[in-house]
Design a binder for this molecule. Structure first.
Ligand code: 5IU
Length: 252
């Protein structure tokens, strides 16, 4: 007999972490499992995208270090206001990958002060268990497997990385292109309805595929939304496709 996945309601019952709860509650309230990746390079583009897609996503994923005119007051203050207005979380895709002390400095200092505004962050686990201790006030999404062609996240790497992720109390989830144990949330990028790749190593799957085969929880979509002629409409399409695929994945 084929195993079914747990529903968001069941996962909500079983989770302790406040950020996991907020994500799952937001998913249920908005009937959305979509995270938009805002890989844009100016404050204006970032805020415009957040305003358009905000109502339809559970989180906006940022690469805050690609914003060329970054200014804490002009970039983060209005971004936080939009997150509040449209009820989405802020996911900073920093992919920390150093020793604990350095990650702590990168997380709290510099111009970005990620600790002050991000609800959750991505991190490699290559620095080992204790390297994740500094992310006490946020959720950590551990990078387990990458979507790009030729990635070194082999099955033996993923197995070891998962041990670190599953044992650390700050970890709420994983980024992977493979199924993971259900006690943490699965985030899957490399999702696009129109393309199979980008000519730079990225490999795409459809929402249907990642829910059916990986039992993912949340899809991450970048260019499928922000490069679209109508980003708001595209976010609605991915939201609906993602929700439909989730509901289908609940059936045996
Ligand atoms: N991202 C991936 N694949 C990965 C990891 C992160 O695509 O394995 I880890 C990020 C990179 C980009 C977004 O910010 O997710 C995907 O954007 P596109 O949908 O435009 O390819």
């Amino acid at each position: 007999e084929e195993k079914t996945r747990s529903s968001y309601e069941q996962k909500l019952q079983n989770t302790q972490h406040s950020v996991s709860k907020k994500l799952l509650e937001t998913a249920l309230a908005k009937q959305s499992n979509l995270i938009a990746s805002a890989d844009v390079t100016t404050t204006q583009e970032l805020l415009e995208l957040a305003e358009k897609v905000g109502p339809h996503v559970i989180a906006l994923k940022t690469h805050i270090d690609i914003i060329s005119d970054f200014d804490y007051e002009k970039t983060i203050t209005p971004l936080k206001a939009l997150a509040e207005k449209h009820q989405f979380l802020l996911m900073e895709d920093r992919k920390f990958a150093d020793i604990g002390n350095t990650q702590e400095l990168q997380f709290t200092s510099g111009v970005f002060k990620i600790t002050d505004w991000a609800d959750f962050v991505t991190s490699q686990v290559i620095g080992g268990f204790e390297s994740l201790d500094c992310f006490k006030n946020v959720g950590v999404v551990a990078i387990i497997g990458m979507s790009s062609k030729g990635t070194l996240t082999t099955s033996s790497y993923r197995e070891e990385a998962l041990k670190v992720a599953l044992s650390h109390p700050n970890v709420i989830g994983a980024v992977s292109q493979n199924a993971i144990p259900e006690e943490i949330l699965l985030f899957t990028p490399g999702v696009n309805l129109a393309d199979s790749g980008d000519g730079k190593g990225q490999q795409y799957n459809t929402p249907e595929h990642v829910f059916k085969t990986l039992h993912t929880d949340f899809i991450i979509v970048g260019r499928g939304i922000y490069k679209s002629d109508n980003p708001e409409q595209a976010s609605i399409t991915y939201k609906n496709e993602g929700w439909k695929a989730y509901l289908n994945s609940l059936e045996k």
